[in-house]
Write a protein that binds this ligand. Structure first.
Ligand code: AN7
Length: 346
């Protein structure tokens, strides 16, 4: 499969002179989930965005952002990040031969994501502050210096991310609902744009209803106000001031969708279930889409039998610490047949 710029070139803002910085992103699996479908009373499909090259949906936007940065002759790119954006920016900047600086909230980024940014040779800076603090500082740096911002305020990010909606429509048609985790609300904005471009004449009535799912401790969209001190085990979406709030409100309204919050315990419950029942290992933030869908089923927002696509935004390997802390412990055994027999036969 080609990268997504080659696949969707005609619908993306690239020209013949744009150097294509790609790691073969996009074209991710859309997997039927029969056991979770039965549990939730819907026809559920999972969009496995963890199958992207750096293990998250961020690669869709980053291939375009770095291609345009390279076209513009950028020397340095920068982002604030809860982790996945930094891993993706670092990899695509490495591919482009451009210097990359990432600013992350100290102690609040999953291990795998930090390791990726470090391995790709980015300058990784942990601040004593939140993601929202980091973003404020990075924006100021970009105002003062010739540094290219690759947070989702960079318009090319959303242009790349909208291609996930194209893939879903091509493969499955238009689902009734699309559920996804929401932090900065960039991805929900991108899906809304992508679906409108994919359906006939941009008819909003033909788009899926968008279900924006948040962690209860960082539910700035659900509550309608920014949150000064966001907290959740789903560190990717530990964000208090969504950058794309206004567009996301419009996306939910125009699609007749909704925002919903789920507690950390519910997020962990669905994080475990999707692994054990479907064999799909996603990061905790991604399972927020399932926890939110369960809430929306319980209160009748999502109707029985609806066709739903849940976007699993990041791979489970991103956060090995949460995986090991919330699964059955490894058994220890002497290296003898008798001991192993007892364990294997249960
Ligand atoms: C796995 O990496 O904001 O609502 O700095 O990593 O578009 O912000 C990550 C966000 C969902 C939320 N799922 O998407 C970052 C960052 C995962 C994520 C989101 C993120 P947006």
């Amino acid at each position: 499969m080609p990268g997504l710029i080659d696949r969707y070139r005609a619908r993306l803002p690239v020209g013949p002179a744009t150097p294509i910085i790609s790691l073969g992103e996009g074209s991710t699996p859309l997997l039927a989930a029969p056991r979770l479908s039965e549990l939730l009373g819907v026809d559920l499909h999972l969009k496995l965005e963890g199958a992207n090259p750096t293990g998250s949906f961020k690669d869709r936007g980053m291939t375009l952002a770095l291609s345009k940065a390279a076209e513009d002759g950028a020397r340095t790119v920068i982002c604030a990040s809860t982790g996945n954006t930094s891993a993706s920016a670092a990899a695509y900047a490495a591919r482009a031969g451009i210097r990359c600086v990432v600013v992350v909230p100290g102690g609040k980024v999953a291990l795998g994501k930090l390791a990726q940014a470090q391995a790709a040779g980015a300058v990784v800076c942990a601040i004593d502050g939140s993601f929202d603090d980091g973003l404020r500082l990075v924006l100021e740096l970009c105002e003062r210096h010739p540094i290219t911002l690759v947070n989702n305020l960079n318009p090319y990010r959303l242009e790349g991310q909208k291609t996930a909606a194209f893939e879903i429509v091509e493969e499955l048609g238009v689902p009734d609902w699309l559920a996804l985790p929401v932090g900065n609300a960039g991805n929900i904005t991108a899906y809304h744009r992508g679906f409108r471009e994919a359906v006939a004449a941009g008819d909003a009535a033909q788009c899926p209803r968008l279900l924006g799912c948040q962690a209860a401790g960082a539910a700035a969209m659900v509550r309608g106000v920014d949150i000064g001190d966001p907290e959740t085990i789903a560190t990717a979406i530990r964000i208090g001031a969504p950058i794309r709030r206004d567009e996301a409100v419009r996306a939910a309204r125009e699609s007749e969708g909704a925002f919903v919050a789920a507690a950390d315990e519910e997020i962990l419950e669905w994080y475990g279930r999707v692994s054990v029942l479907e064999g799909v290992f996603c990061e905790p933030s991604s399972a927020t889409s399932l926890a939110g869908l369960a809430r929306a089923r319980a209160d009748g927002t999502v109707e029985e039998g609806a066709r739903v696509v849940c976007v699993l935004t990041g791979h489970g390997l991103k956060d090995p610490e949460t995986a090991t802390a919330h699964s059955a412990p490894t058994l220890r055994s002497p290296a003898t047949l008798a001991a192993l027999e007892r364990i294997a036969l249960g």
